[in-house]
Design a protein around this ligand. Structure first.
Ligand code: PLP
Ligand code: COI
Length: 363
């Protein structure tokens, strides 16, 4: 394993946001609208490898119009959070898992993997520089967005020979507006997210670009998120546009779609499976059909369903709609198992509950 760590050159922002303005910004957080003072930039070229690691003032970057990513979308990203600890310190949650997934996404997109150690150091360097931006309200955190793209000026279709890796940070509150008690999903009948052999398991921008028309349809239908079905039978539930999905049954068991290469292997998903199994809950990673979902919701066999991800944390699903069907789950609000898992996870993340799996790294 490559354990390269470069020395980061630090250039402080000459004119950072003042403390009073920052406090005002942190008082009214949604998702993805407010950004911190600094960013990380690391360059890669085929001849020199990774070099020129910097923490510098956040700002626009210049790209040539023939920059490869603008044409062929060779781009990947990650999403993880830094949390404020009760004593005022800062912590990361399972950042090594994001480093691993980033390297796997890079491989799928024919990009050079950034060494895990360098990825982790870049995250720590940015959080240290901008730690005053970590909000301390419950449900708030500093969302970190590492990403990497083909920066070579070249229009031929082949893997680029130059890349930029960057990290930006955005203080964030609830992903869904108004911190709604539950969300309504829209089942697209036309669009799928990923097929076998495709890029579904990679966190590449193209997956999200391809999902937007279905997400727009969901919004137009008055729903919060699209839920995608499998591309072969148009039947099995895969995941939402930016979250994995779980089902909770009357016998106390949980089920979630299996990782088969077409869905993102969510770190929240994996953490919740672990926490549930620790608590003696049976968790099945097995396909679940939309027809079965509807029947189980109607019969009461299905008691709860929830979406999960770094941005969405754990969000109850209250209702599911599609062309010709519309059903509610339980009483349409948060269920008990959903709420228990959400609380367990967020208490570990915020350092107020024990961390039996060593998921939290204090910075
Ligand atoms: N599925 C998709 C398509 C996502 O974009 C995300 C968010 O990152 C997830 C699932 C959940 O992954 P994680 O829990 O690692 O954030
Ligand atoms: C995340 O949860 O980190 C994601 O990338 C999902 C996106 C919808 C913000």
């Amino acid at each position: 394993e490559d354990t390269t760590i470069l020395d980061f050159e630090f250039e402080a922002h000459p004119n950072p946001v003042g403390a009073a303005d920052r406090t005002a910004l942190l008082a009214d957080l949604g998702f993805g609208k407010v950004f911190t003072d600094h960013m990380v930039v690391i360059r890669y070229t085929a001849d020199r490898g990774w070099h020129d690691a910097r923490v510098q003032p956040r700002g626009p970057i210049q790209l040539d119009p023939a920059c490869a990513v603008l044409h062929y979308a060779q781009e990947i990203f990650e999403g993880l959070k830094a949390y404020r600890l009760p004593d005022g310190g800062a912590a990361l949650f399972r950042a090594e898992a994001n480093a691993r997934r980033f390297a796997e996404s890079a491989e799928r997109m024919a990009m050079p993997p950034i060494p895990d150690a360098l990825f982790l150091e870049s995250i720590r360097a940015l959080v240290r520089a901008d730690r005053d931006w970590i909000p301390d309200g419950e449900g708030s955190s500093l969302y970190l967005r590492p990403f990497m793209f083909a920066s070579e000026t070249f229009l031929g279709v082949r893997p680029a020979q130059e890349y930029l890796y960057m990290v930006i940070a955005s203080p964030a509150g609830a992903y869904f507006k108004g911190g709604a008690p539950s969300v309504t999903l829209w089942t697209s009948e036309h669009y799928t997210r990923a097929a076998r052999g495709g890029t579904g398991a990679a966190k590449c921008g193209g997956n999200y670009a391809a999902s937007l028309i279905a997400q727009a349809e969901a919004i137009r239908e008055g729903c919060d998120q699209v839920v995608f079905l499998d591309a072969v039978e148009n039947r099995y539930v895969e995941e939402l546009g930016g979250m994995n999905v779980f089902f909770a049954f009357e016998d106390g068991s949980l089920q979630t779609p299996p990782l088969g290469g077409t869905i993102l292997p969510g770190i929240t998903r994996e953490s919740l499976i672990r926490l549930a199994r620790d608590a003696g809950v049976t968790v099945r990673e097995e396909p679940y059909g939309i027809d079965q979902w509807q029947a189980d919701a109607a019969s009461g066999r299905l008691r709860e369903a929830f979406a999960c991800g770094t941005a969405a944390v754990v969000t109850p699903i209250g209702r599911v709609r599609g062309r010709g069907f519309d059903f509610s789950i339980g009483n349409g609000g948060p269920g008990m198992l959903t709420e228990r898992l959400r609380q367990q996870l967020t208490e570990i993340q915020r350092g107020v509950a024990p961390d039996p799996h060593g998921w939290v790294e204090r910075l």
